[in-house]
Design a protein. Structure first.
Lengths: 103, 495
């Protein structure tokens, strides 16, 4: 089910322990999936589902994931076994652009 | 977007890593999380609606920060050096708070009627397992209340929401980017925004933080060497004292030194860059209202400026660099119009980390969401930001607007000058004339005429002080901010 994303929104996976937070929201509605199954807004009831075995590439905590067109950016806050995808297109890890520590 | 999210991520990512205190006896991320649960349960048990922290920095501080966050109540770090009247006035605003204090400060909390304990009691109490209760559900609640130092007016309570602080961390720090052996030395007091930012940014990076309770150059240098500190943050007055000390200044482990909190004299940073050639210097500019840093001058910028034959690039050593990626910055003229490069005006910022919210007042932003920092400055052609000073400090001599900082910077280049302040004095002919008060270095003498001649060589005569006063010390906050409103009184007494 396509949803409207907003920055700060937290989503959890139905197939594994993956959780993400939306850093940059796309202008369009979309469906974010993990392991091929739509993710759910944190706090709402999650119906556990079986993942698509071909979409189990895994997520890494603290990494930022983006789509090809750079329309969405999510931060992985809990790692899991699934692959993140937006409307069927797998997300990829965005290279870190570290700033020097200032505090 | 809740602060406890950062802690929970740290537990998942590197739960066994020591994140606060000495490498051998510090608190791990998992222990910090356990204490935050215990502390939150205690806060609820006591029916407190805030946690007041009236103590020096130490392990009790991050525990208090995350316990308050977990309980869904604000942490209010209060300046333990305030006079009794000011302290009572602040504490009266938080009558239902749970108080944590040093033994010396505990009577202040008791007198204010707060349910209070010492930092040792707090650490003992939060070491008890009280189970894992629910985290405060309000994702957008107030996480921290910091009272401004009140350099120009009465202290105001700045409200920093979870969203502001988490946005700042996610926008400026890479998760688990620190090496296991990295250690950051913190020497700012806990009621300063830099100390709050320090806890959360270093935790998210996986960097251990160490606290220097009372700053002296010798203690700071010793801590850096003995604890093999890799990064540190200082305010300019601390760096000046380190550079001026006779101590061994070798800092073999130090890779990064950031500075901020007050303007850095150019002569001082040049000296530090030459003393510590292998250290990366970072100049950070931010306000309490902006959840710490909004612009920074990085290590490469420092080196390029020090070595460049181009005066415009050299000048950037006095700039505070470029805005962070999550910050939009505009220079505005008197009518609110956006000014171009090279034009001085008000520095205004917008971004998720900008709270701009005051207790009892609300958010101080314009209809486009921009916050006026009340600092004057300009951008150069490369987008580097230069601060001229606080708008309120500007001297208007004739029709000319003069920033005291530019003149102070010149006076501080005189070898016999340890500290300097420049201010306007009412004048029948000019509206305001320029006067300066300086502190001479111990054992060195300099006269009024000599100093004014020295200033005139670098500045137009309209910017040369008409008179230089001599004082034993200038009134500064411990983070180095000048208390300008106290200067005229000191002058009157020196006269």
């Amino acid at each position: 089910m396509a949803v409207t994303f907003r920055a700060g929104q937290q989503l959890v996976s139905a197939v594994d322990s993956t959780a993400v937070i939306v850093i940059k929201a796309p202008a369009q509605e979309g469906t974010l999936t993990c392991g091929g199954v739509a993710m759910t807004t944190a706090g709402e009831q999650v119906c556990a589902a079986e993942p698509d075995p071909s979409l189990m590439g895994g997520t890494q905590i603290g990494k930022r994931y983006v789509d090809q067109g750079d329309t969405i950016q999510v931060l992985c806050t809990k790692a899991g076994g699934g692959t993140l995808a937006l409307d069927g297109q797998p997300l990829v890890i965005q290279a870190a652009k570290p700033l020097p520590a200032s505090d | 977007m809740h602060l406890t999210l950062l802690l929970d991520m740290a537990v998942d990512g590197f739960g066994d890593r020591v994140v606060a205190g000495p490498a051998s006896a510090g608190i791990t991320a998992a222990q910090l999380a356990a204490r935050s649960h215990s502390g939150a349960a205690l806060v609820r048990e006591r029916g407190a609606n805030a946690v007041v922290y009236l103590a020096v920095n130490g392990p009790a501080f991050p525990v208090a920060l995350f316990a308050a966050a977990r309980a869904g109540v604000p942490l209010v770090p209060v300046n333990y050096r305030l006079g009794q009247r000011q302290l009572d006035a602040l504490l009266a605003r938080h009558p239902q708070a749970l108080g944590i204090a040093d033994p010396d400060s505990l009577p202040h909390l008791k007198r204010a009627g707060l349910d209070a304990m010492t930092t040792d009691e707090w650490l003992a109490q939060t070491g008890i397992d009280r189970g894992a209760g629910d985290t405060g559900a309000d994702q957008d609640g107030v996480a921290i209340v910091i009272y401004t130092s009140g350099t120009t007016s009465e202290p105001k309570g700045v409200l920093l929401r979870h969203e502001n602080l988490v946005s700042y961390v996610l926008g400026s720090v890479e998760f688990a980017s620190a090496d296991e052996t990295d250690a950051a030395l913190v020497s700012v007091p806990p009621y300063h925004i830099a100390a709050v930012a320090n806890v959360i940014t270093n935790l998210y990076a996986g960097r251990r933080t160490l606290v220097l309770e009372a700053f002296t150059p010798g203690e700071w240098l010793r801590a850096v060497r003995e604890e093999e500190v890799t990064s540190a943050m200082v305010v300019p007055t601390m760096l000046a004292r380190i550079m001026d000390s006779d101590e061994d200044k070798s800092v073999p482990s130090l890779r990064s030194l950031s500075y901020g909190g007050a303007p850095m004299p150019a002569a001082l940073i040049e000296r530090a860059l030459r003393e510590w050639t292998r250290v990366d210097f970072v100049n950070a500019y931010g306000l309490t209202e902006t959840s710490s840093t909004v612009a920074l001058l990085g290590p490469e910028d420092h080196r390029a400026a020090l070595e460049s034959p181009d005066p415009a690039v050299r000048a950037r050593l006095s700039s505070i660099g470029r805005p962070l990626p999550g910050i939009e910055l505009e220079i505005r003229g008197p009518g609110g119009e956006v000014l171009g490069p090279g034009q001085t005006g008000r520095i205004c910022v917008r971004g998720e980390q900008v709270s701009a919210e005051y207790a009892g007042v609300g958010r101080a932003v314009d209809d486009r969401g921009f916050f006026d920092t009340k600092d004057d400055g300009y951008l150069d052609s490369g987008g580097y930001l230069f601060i001229s000073g606080r708008t309120d400090d500007t001297i208007i001599r004739g029709a000319e607007n003069i920033a005291p900082a530019e003149i102070e910077d010149v006076l501080l280049r005189h070898p016999a000058v340890l500290d300097a302040v420049v201010f306007g004095v009412p004048d029948e002919e000019w509206g305001q004339r320029i006067e300066a008060a300086v502190v001479a270095r111990p054992g060195m003498a300099v006269g009024d005429v000599e100093l004014r001649d020295f200033a005139r060589q670098a500045l137009r005569s309209s910017k040369t002080p008409d008179r230089c006063w001599f004082l034993d010390a200038l009134p500064r906050t411990e983070t180095g901010k000048l208390l300008r409103r106290l200067v005229p009184d000191l002058i009157a007494r020196a006269d």
